[in-house]
Design a protein around this ligand. Structure first.
Ligand code: UDX
Ligand code: ADP
Length: 463
C-alpha cells in the first residue's frame, strides 16, 4: 500500500487534486512541490484567502489537511526521494518557438521533471502523468527514466484530470469517472494500476474507475476536451444564425437539449470559451493529426478554434456597431475578467481579447472582477496590447468593488457569468449612466424583458 506521494506542480490541477487525495487518504503523506517559492508560500499562508488557487470548498480542505498529511514545499528532490508514487502536474503550454510553434504542447517542463526524477530516485517509483499530454508522451518519459544510474524500476501511468475550474472540489469528490492508463500486460504494470486504484477507491465507486492502455488514456483526455469545446463552438455558431433570424439561442438550446442523445449540458452560448485547456488541447490535437498526415482531421478540429475566435470578435464588433460605430473616449464598464465564474483564473479568457479590441477602438475601460487580482488583469493586458502599465492607465481603470464604477458610463458589458452580476440594482445603475444606456450581456445572465423595461438598450448573445 502506498504511504507517500509527491506531486510536482502546485497549480490549478496539482493543488486541489492533492488536497482531495490527502483528505480521503489520511494514511498517505502527500507532498506538493513547486519551483515557484512564492506559490508555495501562498499555499502555506496562514490566511486561507491568500491560497494561490481560488476554488469553492478548497480552503476548508486545506485547513483540515495541511501540515497533517498534506505538505507544500520547494524541496523537490527530497519529496521525490521519499515518495513511492510521483504525480507530474506541471504546465504544458502551447509552444511559442521552433517546430510546432503556436500548436504543439511544450514538453520542456515534463522532460525536466523526468530528468530530475531519474537522477534523484534511489527506490522504485510509480510515475503518474496528471498533466494533459500528447499521445505517446509516456514513452518519452519512460526513455528518460531508463537512463537513471540508480538501478531503480519505474512504472508509468496516465491518470488525466477531468476537473473543471470553479467546480474542482465537487468534480474531484464526485467524479463521473477516474481514468487510469497503464501497461496491463505486465505484472509490474498491473501492480501500479492497482496501487493507484486503491487510492481512489477510498471515495470513488469501483465501477467508476476505468482502466485502459496508456495511449488510450492520454488520447481520451484530449478527446474529451475537444468534444466539450466543439459543443460550445457549435452552439455559438447557431447563436450567430439566431441573431440574423430572430430565433432565440436559449430556446434552441433548451429544445435540442431535451433530446437525450444530445443532452442539455455545455450548450450555453457565450462570448466564447476560454481557460487554459480547450484551445491548447485542440491545437495539440491538430498538431498530432498533422504529424500523422491526417490533414482533414486537423482541419476539422481547427474549425472549433476558428469559430471561437469569430465569436469573440463578433461580440466586440457588435459593441462598437451598436454604440453608433464609435466607442472612442466612451466609458465602458467590463464586468468580469475570469474565463468563467467561481475562479480567479484568467488564462485565455475572452475578456482579454474583447478588452484588447475595445482599447484599440480607444474606449475607456473600467474593469471589475470579484476574484482576479488587479495585477493579473494588468499583466494580461500588457501582453495582449503590447503596452506598458503607464500607457494602459490612460485608458483603463481597475476596481475592487462596483461602487461608483457605473457613474457616467455609456455601456456595461458582462463577460463573466458571476452570480453577483445577476443581482445588481440595474434600475439604479441606469440612472447613473449616460443615455442611451447599453448593456451587452455576453453570458445571457440577465432577463432581457426586465432590462429593456428599465430603459436599457439590451443585447445578449443569439437573441
Ligand atoms: C475544462 C473541462 O471541462 C475539464 O473537464 C478539463 O479537465 C479542463 O478543461 P475548464 O476549462 O476548467 O474545464 O472549464 P469549463 O467549465 O469546461 O469551461 C471552459 C470554457 O467554456 C469557459 O470559458 C466557459 O465559460 C465556457 N463555456 C462552458 C461556455 O461558453 N458554454 C458552456 O455551455 C460551457
Ligand atoms: P495547471 O493548470 O496545469 O495546474 P499551472 O501553471 O497552474 O498549471 O501549474 C503548474 C505548476 O508547475 C507551476 O506552479 C510551475 O511553477 C510548476 N512547475 C513547472 N515545472 C516544474 C518543475 N520542473 N518542478 C517543479 N515545479 C514545476
Amino acid at each position: 500500500m502506498i504511504k507517500s506521494i509527491c506531486c510536482i506542480g502546485a497549480g490549478y490541477v496539482g493543488g486541489p487534486t492533492m488536497a482531495v487525495i490527502a483528505l480521503k487518504n489520511p494514511h498517505i503523506k502527500v507532498t506538493v512541490v513547486d519551483v515557484n517559492q512564492e506559490r508555495i508560500n501562498a499555499w502555506n499562508s496562514e490566511n486561507l484567502e491568500a491560497l494561490p488557487v481560488y476554488e469553492p470548498g478548497l480552503a476548508e480542505i486545506v485547513a483540515q489537511t495541511r501540515n497533517v498529511n498534506l505538505f507544500f514545499s520547494t524541496n523537490v528532490n527530497l519529496a521525490i526521494h521519499e515518495a513511492e508514487m510521483i504525480f507530474i502536474s506541471v504546465n504544458t503550454p502551447t509552444k511559442t518557438y521552433g517546430i510546432g510553434k503556436g500548436m504543439a504542447a511544450d514538453l520542456k517542463y515534463i522532460e525536466l521533471c523526468a530528468r530530475q526524477i531519474a537522477s534523484v530516485a534511489t527506490t522504485n517509483k510509480i510515475v503518474v502523468e496528471k498533466s494533459t499530454l500528447p499521445v505517446r508522451t509516456a514513452s518519452t518519459i519512460k526513455s528518460i527514466l531508463k537512463q537513471s544510474q540508480n538501478n531503480v524500476q519505474f512504472e508509468i501511468l496516465s491518470n488525466p484530470e477531468f476537473l473543471a475550474e470553479g467546480t474542482a472540489i465537487v468534480d474531484l469528490l464526485n467524479p463521473d469517472r477516474v481514468l487510469i492508463g497503464g501497461d496491463y500486460h505486465t505484472q509490474e504494470g498491473k501492480n501500479a494500476i492497482a496501487a493507484l486504484t486503491d487510492i481512489y477507491k477510498n471515495w470513488v465507486a469501483a465501477d467508476k474507475i476505468i482502466t485502459t492502455n496508456i495511449w488510450s488514456s492520454e488520447l481520451s483526455k484530449l478527446t474529451a476536451n475537444a468534444f466539450l469545446a466543439q459543443r460550445i463552438s457549435s452552439i455559438n455558431a447557431m447563436s450567430a444564425i439566431c441573431e440574423a433570424t430572430e430565433a432565440n439561442i436559449d430556446e434552441v438550446a433548451f429544445a435540442i437539449g431535451k433530446d437525450t442523445r444530445i443532452g442539455d449540458k455545455f450548450l450555453k452560448a457565450s462570448v466564447g470559451f476560454g481557460g487554459s485547456c480547450f484551445q491548447k488541447d485542440i491545437l495539440n490535437l491538430v498538431y498530432i493529426a498533422k504529424t500523422f498526415g491526417l490533414n482533414e482531421v486537423a482541419d476539422y478540429w481547427e474549425q472549433v478554434i476558428v469559430m471561437n475566435n469569430y465569436q469573440k470578435s463578433r461580440f466586440a464588433r457588435k459593441i462598437v456597431q451598436k454604440m453608433f460605430n464609435t466607442v472612442s473616449g466612451k466609458k465602458i464598464v467590463m464586468l468580469g475578467w475570469a474565463f468563467k465564474k467561481d475562479t480567479n483564473d484568467s488564462r485565455e479568457s475572452a475578456a482579454i481579447d474583447i478588452a484588447n479590441y475595445l482599447i484599440e477602438e480607444q474606449a475607456e475601460l473600467h474593469i471589475y472582477d470579484p476574484k482576479v487580482t488587479q495585477q493579473q488583469i494588468l499583466t494580461d493586458l500588457e501582453k495582449a496590447t503590447n503596452q506598458t502599465t503607464n500607457q494602459l492607465q490612460q485608458q483603463i481603470k481597475i476596481y475592487n468593488q462596483t461602487t461608483n464604477i457605473f457613474q457616467q458610463a455609456h455601456a456595461v458589458i458582462i463577460v463573466t457569468e458571476w452570480d453577483e452580476f445577476k443581482n445588481l440594482d440595474y434600475a439604479t445603475i441606469k440612472t447613473q449612466m449616460q443615455q442611451p444606456a447599453f448593456i451587452f450581456d455576453g453570458r445571457n445572465i440577465l432577463n432581457p424583458t426586465e432590462i429593456t423595461q428599465q430603459g436599457f438598450q439590451y443585447f445578449g448573445i443569439g437573441k
